[in-house]
Design a protein. Structure first.
Length: 74
């Protein structure tokens, strides 16, 4: 779920993969493993890595995990 949201936010913001890599300081290999893990059960990114990716997207970390009504948290 959070993988899909990361992609969704990236596309919404019009941020290229290269720009995401440069601005976040997260390698393209790491981003690729996060978005397309070989083993979903074992390939979990670190929180600080997700925070870096979210910062570039202009979203808070919780937003990529939250699946409820956003009006509840606004």
């Amino acid at each position: 779920m959070y993988r899909d949201k990361l992609q969704e936010y990236r596309k919404e913001k019009g941020i290229s993969c290269k720009q995401w890599e440069i601005e976040s300081g997260v390698s393209s290999d790491t981003i690729s493993r996060i978005l397309h893990p070989e083993n979903i059960e074992k390939d979990s990114p670190r929180v600080n890595t997700l925070e870096k990716l979210c910062a570039v997207l202009g979203v808070e970390l919780w937003e990529i995990f939250y699946c409820g009504d956003k009006s509840f948290v606004d």
